[in-house]
Design a binder for this molecule. Structure first.
Ligand code: NAG
Ligand code: NAG
Length: 224
């Protein structure tokens, strides 16, 4: 590893000497990132195509303790949140998806204090593995996102054409991107919002009143 870095450094010095100041930095293509064991980050979520929508949100990820929480803010159209009748007056109200260490996934509308159990490990509702994009992915796109050069590694998803995770050279996630049935879905992360610290327990608490199974529990797509 050290010798690789040194080689790149020497090569960049050489290139700079030859080409002058126009080359600003060595182009090291990063490998697909492994998610850190715990972090949080906010994002802007967009849908475009047959559906056009925009909202904010936050990821809280704590793989070390086998728990995660994905918050989809005001105006959200998350397909796990809607469709359970939890917030009939305003299905687009803020909604949290919580993965508990027991392997359960809950849908929670905090404002209306309604919640239900959507699925468990038997339905494949387990927390995203830190290495999910590392395995079998390939570099599909290089794109400037919010001013950063981001490398999009992707692979075919269970229901998507492609799942793509864009990260910059230092491993910051820039964007998660998927296309499902002609609808482009992006989570574009706010770089300033990353918090790599341990995530506090209360974030992942499932309220006591969250005690029923969803009217339309999640079932995995059929395997081919
Ligand atoms: C999303 O967050 C930005 C920045 O904090 C804010 O200006 C914007 O109003 C928010 N959008 C929605 C739909 O809440
Ligand atoms: C979604 O992400 C793709 C891939 O990075 C990009 O081409 C597209 O412009 C993005 N759409 C929006 C609305 O941000």
């Amino acid at each position: 590893m050290a010798s690789q870095v040194l080689l790149v450094f020497l090569a960049s010095v050489f290139v700079k000497a030859v080409c002058g100041a126009s080359l600003m930095y060595p182009r090291v293509i990063p490998t697909p990132p492994t998610l850190p064991p715990h972090f949080s980050a906010s994002f802007v979520e967009t849908f475009s195509g047959k559906i056009v929508n925009k909202n904010n949100g936050t990821w809280y990820y704590d793989y070390g303790n086998k728990r995660a929480r994905f918050d989809h803010g005001e105006g959200q159209m998350n397909n796990f949140c809607g469709g359970q009748g939890l917030s009939p007056k305003d299905p687009k109200a803020p909604c949290s998806l919580i993965f508990s260490p027991e392997g359960n996934m809950y849908v929670l509308y905090r404002e209306s204090m309604t919640c239900c159990l959507l699925c468990g490990t038997e339905q494949g509702c387990t927390i995203l593995r830190p290495d999910w994009i590392k395995k079998d992915s390939k570099l599909l796109y290089v794109e400037k996102i919010n001013g950063d050069e981001c490398y999009g590694y992707g692979k075919k998803g269970a229901v998507t054409t492609y799942d793509v995770l864009y990260s910059d050279v230092s491993g910051y996630m820039c964007r998660y991107h998927e296309v499902v049935a002609g609808i482009t879905h992006n989570l574009t992360f706010n770089k300033d919002s990353f918090n790599w610290g341990p995530q506090p327990d209360y974030l992942f608490d499932v309220p006591k009143w969250c005690n029923r199974i969803c009217p339309h529990p999640y079932t995995p797509p059929p395997q081919h």
